[in-house]
Design a protein around this ligand. Structure first.
Ligand SMILES: [Zn+2]
Length: 285
């Protein structure tokens, strides 16, 4: 009898040990991130349609873009197989540490990289930045289908995306490094989204790429990451010509060439979305 009890205890201990080892590895690996993201219930979306448009001064897009506190860019452009870059598209680029990217992305990228390093002790690096059509063509020729966007349909050609890696952990291995998982956890707070998200291949047309960072800025990135929506889905959340409020921001998606802004506002960002509308993102305090 005693021997059977001993045997039972030994079995129970072995199972407990096996379970703890499994849980330990799950929490310390990309499986851990997957569990975390799957279990995560997002808070109600901080995006409210306003019943009335703001009262204030009416501006033409040209007048607005001439102001120092307004930046105009392509950050909200939807670029995918069905929304290629306009033929006349010219990316706005600057160079940082040998990588070419939109000027508005530089500070955000540095802040994200430094915070990831502060939290994990590991520095991330850029492996792919802006690509010319020629470079995209070459990548297409070398890759399997579903892993690279068609010509003219890549966010890298738009100059608003970066592929990043941690030393020894690039591509599919990226999430096996604590730095890779941290990038995926916090990038939304720095204006970046994991553009080709897990389980969203049907919508994005591109396989999961936890290393591909697309810059959309605040507050869009945080909303998209928190609610787990792709840019395709996000753009459609905004009924045209309706103002929305999110935190300190007012957002309008419009086809009109002039808009009325409140008398007081701090800064604004103007970007076409490549679906026929322009996004105005206005910081009000
Ligand atoms: Zn990429």
């Amino acid at each position: 009898m005693k021997a059977r009890i001993k045997q039972g205890i030994a079995w129970a201990l072995s199972i407990a040990l096996l379970l703890s080892v499994t849980v330990f590895f799950a929490l310390r690996s990309d499986v851990g991130l997957w569990i975390e993201q799957t279990m995560d219930v997002p808070p109600p979306m901080d995006l409210t349609p306003l019943s009335e448009s703001p009262k204030g001064r009416t501006w033409s897009i040209e007048e607005l873009c001439a102001l120092e506190k307004v930046s105009a860019s392509s950050l909200m452009m939807l670029v995918n197989a069905t929304h290629p870059l306009p033929k006349e598209y010219e990316p706005t680029l600057t160079e940082y540490n040998g990588a070419q990217m939109h000027p508005l992305m530089v500070d955000a990228y540095v802040a994200l990289r430094d915070e990831v390093q502060r939290r994990t002790g590991v520095r991330i690096y850029v492996s792919s930045d802006y690509r010319t059509a020629e470079e995209q063509k070459k990548i297409l020729a070398e890759s399997a289908s579903g892993t690279a966007a068609p010509l003219g349909c890549s966010e890298h050609e738009a100059g608003v995306a970066l592929d990043v890696y941690a030393p020894y952990y690039a591509g599919r291995e990226f999430l096996k490094s604590p730095a890779g998982r941290e990038v995926n956890r916090i990038c939304g707070d720095y204006g970046f989204v994991i553009r080709y998200a897990r389980d969203k291949e049907v919508i994005t047309g591109i396989l999961y790429e936890p290393w591909h960072l697309r810059y959309v800025g605040a507050p869009h990135a945080a909303l998209m990451m928190e609610q787990d929506v792709t840019l395709e889905e996000y753009v459609e959340l905004f009924a045209p010509e309706v103002w929305y409020k999110s935190g300190d921001y007012l957002i309008l998606r419009t086809a009109k060439k002039e808009i009325t802004l409140p008398w007081e506002w701090e800064s604004a960002h103007v970007s076409p979305d490549n679906t026929g509308y322009t996004f105005f993102t206005v910081k009000i305090s």
